[in-house]
Design a protein around this ligand. Structure first.
Ligand SMILES: [Zn+2]
Length: 311
């Protein structure tokens, strides 16, 4: 059972075979002055799989401000601060360049916190600030004008951050479940959905709980069992349950889809293999899940009010 679940939680390396496309991976070369490259080799990849090479390169581009690297000589990026220290400069010491590469390695593995901590420890506040900006800064109207794709990028970034945190990919359809049992009668479960990182209310659904008693876990199980019978709805890549360990216990039935639980207040993510993931509350991936959960609460309440009015 456990090994089955662990397998489920590992990134599926064969995702692209479904549409016949070969996925992309990010590697770092082993030269004297290593550099990142994007290719189709999954072995020893630092990040991936990515559905497009462009997305992989975009990620590298984002990290280049924080972990500058050298790509070619003569170097155009040196004067932009994107290659610093540059191997073309005879004064460059390899160990200084390599420090950037190990930072890039960490960023690609999603170890943002460690990079941040290291930067603060060495009083490198510029890097700490850049990293913060990269991940959390709200989009200004000016930025939007400069790069209208930024909203899409941000959406992608929150999915990517989530992927790095929980190791599940793709995440094109995420479903969140919440049971509401406000008055004891007309218990319902709400399903909210995010498509490609965007919350899509057209896909929200209510389940009126019929069989189960006033037991959150049993109600959740009933809702999910009925949902999974709906083969006319697209299959989710990830199911998120509002709750903690006890809610997750229903995956023992077992759920054929990767499932996690998000606990309120603490905002801690529980996985069926017993791993507990704690992300900072401004983590863009966690924020997406929190928004989905809040929508589910709102959606449940809306139906309850309707019921009350009818009754
Ligand atoms: Zn350079």
């Amino acid at each position: 059972m456990e090994s089955k679940l662990i397998k489920k939680f590992l990134p599926p390396y064969n995702i692209a075979s479904r549409d016949g496309k070969s996925p992309f991976y990010i590697h770092i070369t082993s030269e004297k002055f290593p550099k990142p490259i994007v290719n189709h080799e999954s072995k020893k990849a630092l990040a991936g799989p990515f559905l497009s090479g462009q997305v992989a390169r975009q990620i590298l581009k984002r990290f280049r401000h924080i972990a500058p690297y050298h790509t070619e000589s003569p170097c155009f990026y040196r004067h932009l601060g994107l290659c610093r220290p540059c191997p073309d400069d005879p004064l460059t010491r390899p160990e200084n360049y390599l420090a950037n590469i190990s930072r890039l390695r960490r960023l690609l593995r999603g170890q943002f916190k460690q990079v941040m901590r290291q930067a603060i420890k060495t009083l490198d506040f510029e890097t700490a600030a850049s990293l913060r900006n990269l991940l959390y800064q709200p989009i200004s109207p000016e930025e939007y004008v400069v790069n209208p794709n930024l909203v899409a990028d941000r959406r992608y970034a929150s999915l990517e951050a989530l992927r790095l945190a929980i190791g599940i990919w793709p995440l094109s359809r995420i479903e969140m479940y919440d049971v509401a049992n406000l008055s004891g009668t007309a218990a319902t479960a709400a399903m909210t959905v995010a498509i490609d990182g965007e919350i899509d209310s057209r896909n929200f659904r209510h389940f009126t709980i019929q069989a189960s008693g006033p037991n959150d876990v049993a109600m959740l199980k009933e809702a999910l069992t009925r949902r999974l019978k709906r083969t006319d709805w697209p299959t989710p890549n990830l199911i998120v349950l509002d709750g903690g360990k006890s809610q997750l216990s229903i995956v023992n039935f077992p759920l054929p889809i990767p499932t996690i639980a998000l606990a309120k207040k603490e905002e801690v993510i529980y996985t069926p293999v017993g791993k507990v993931i704690r992300l900072s509350k401004d983590h863009p991936g966690l924020q997406l899940l929190m928004r989905l959960r809040d929508e589910a609460h709102r959606f449940s309440r809306r139906l309850h009010h309707k019921h009350r009015k009818i009754v």
